[in-house]
Design a protein around this ligand. Structure first.
Ligand code: NAD
Length: 405
């Protein structure tokens, strides 16, 4: 079967098996060709199949030589449809790791559930040494609470009052781009609570408690959850909105985890890492953000400071998680990886472009092609050396090798 992109808005419902494989192997090559990282040995990555989680798993495995156990929630292929891009990413990661003699196991299931946690504990106990790094990189619109059974749904809305701004109306099929006005109504208090229940820190804490109670954590255990803060143009919809409330809850959780583990006698580090803006399935779902991101990319590429997922996470591992220099922490103890994004000159140039951008100059002031190409890459399209006219093996024979919950 030939696989072509099927795009609606900022969603692509197909994924190209060979293109996804090429995307993952390029990220692996980037890490393999870089300086080795001396650090993690036994790693669990929650949200391992795409974006920052996949980049973290690749950095741990191919940079540090670590055993990795990944968890993600992806769609497998059927006779008629390819699987999701994350499904092919996991398949490729596992395949290359195995070929290179690196232990890798991937679990396809709901990370919020007790069942998945139990499977992870069993595998960690049986097949790994004590876990020294847990990466929390989940991005999900829903969470079924493991204790109450209630299904929580997150919303991406401002708090307090409506937010009027501009956003990018980008036709990802043709590349046509317009700048359009948008008004987003505020969330009510219930919606805000629901969003914290999905994207806040409770599940991160449950994971650490489960692993700790099972006695599978190493003495020098580290755990990191990822967050975004960005700048004032996106604050009303992000940091000051429902998502920001959830992300603030991660700050509280990191302190709580740190205290609990220290009480248990572990020399641990639990931190939130503030990462830069990159195009992923999760980030393109946020209104206004695509316009800010594409202006930002134009400016950062001009300044030579732009990083994609793998470059950014490689720097996180090398400079902050396993670096020897003093950590770049803020007043809340968060690791600040967004230093290049928030650089004064970058932000001044972004604000200037933002104030004059409209449909007539959007392609000059924003990196529309870069944004579009990053988006297509997520689904394995637009990648060099991939024959998009060739029939694709959808991977049906591989289904039996995936650990599902
Ligand atoms: P992504 O959409 O690329 O990846 C999300 C991952 O979560 C996937 O592996 C998916 O399978 C997994 N997932 C979702 N629901 C799950 C479930 N119930 N069980 C198991 N796995 C599940 O997202 P991303 O942009 O890489 O985001 C990862 C983290 O990084 C998020 O916390 C996000 O806020 C943060 N972050 C993102 C950006 C950005 O610009 N993309 C910037 C800073 C921080």
């Amino acid at each position: 079967m030939q696989v072509k992109p099927r795009i609606r808005g900022y969603i692509c419902t197909t994924a190209h098996p060979q293109g996804c494989a090429q995307n993952v192997s390029e990220q692996i090559s980037y890490i393999r060709d870089g300086e080795p990282i001396v650090g993690a040995r036994n790693v669990i990555v929650l949200g391992c199949s795409g974006g920052y989680g996949l980049a973290s798993r690749i950095s741990a495995a191919f940079g540090c030589g670590a055993k990795t156990l990944g968890v993600s929630y992806e769609k497998e292929p059927t006779e008629k449809r390819p699987g999701s891009s994350g499904w092919y990413n996991n398949l490729t990661f596992d395949r290359i790791a195995k070929k290179e003699g690196l232990y890798a196991k991937t679990i396809d299931g709901d990370a919020f559930s007790e069942k998945t946690k139990k499977i992870v504990v069993d595998i960690a106990r049986r097949e790994m040494e004590p876990i020294d790094l847990l990466i929390y990189s989940l991005a999900s619109p829903v969470r079924q609470h493991p204790k109450t059974g209630k299904l929580h749904r997150s919303v991406i809305k401002p708090l307090g009052s409506s937010f009027e701004s501009r956003t990018l109306d980008l036709n990802l099929n043709t590349g046509d781009a317009r700048v359009v006005d948008v008004t987003i109504d505020p969330a009510d208090s219930k919606e805000a609570e629901e969003t914290v229940a999905v994207m806040g820190g409770e599940d991160w804490q449950f994971w650490v408690e489960t692993l700790s109670e099972a006695g599978v954590l190493a003495q020098n255990f580290k755990t990191v959850a990822y967050t975004y803060i960005g700048n004032e143009l996106t604050w009303p919809i992000y940091w000051d909105g429902t998502l920001g409330k959830a992300k603030e809850d991660l700050d509280r959780t990191s302190k709580q985890i740190q205290v609990q583990l220290e009480k248990g006698g572990l020399n641990c580090e639990a931190r939130v890492a503030v990462l830069k803006a990159v195009v992923t399935q999760a980030s393109t779902a946020i209104p206004v953000v695509p316009l800010y991101f594409s202006i930002l990319f134009k400016v950062m590429k001009r300044q030579g400071t732009h990083e994609n997922c793998i470059q950014h996470i490689h720097r996180l591992f090398q400079e902050e998680l396993y670096g020897t220099k003093e950590k770049r922490l803020d007043e809340k103890g968060r690791i600040r990886m967004d230093n290049h994004e928030l650089d004064e000159q970058v932000q001044a140039a972004v604000s200037e472009a933002w104030s004059s951008i409209d449909s007539s100059n959007v392609k000059a002031l924003a990196d529309i092609e870069g944004f579009r190409s990053d988006f297509m890459r997520i689904f394995g399209f637009g990648i060099d050396n991939v024959d998009y006219d060739a029939d694709q093996d959808l991977g049906l024979k591989e289904l039996s090798t995936t650990v599902t919950t």
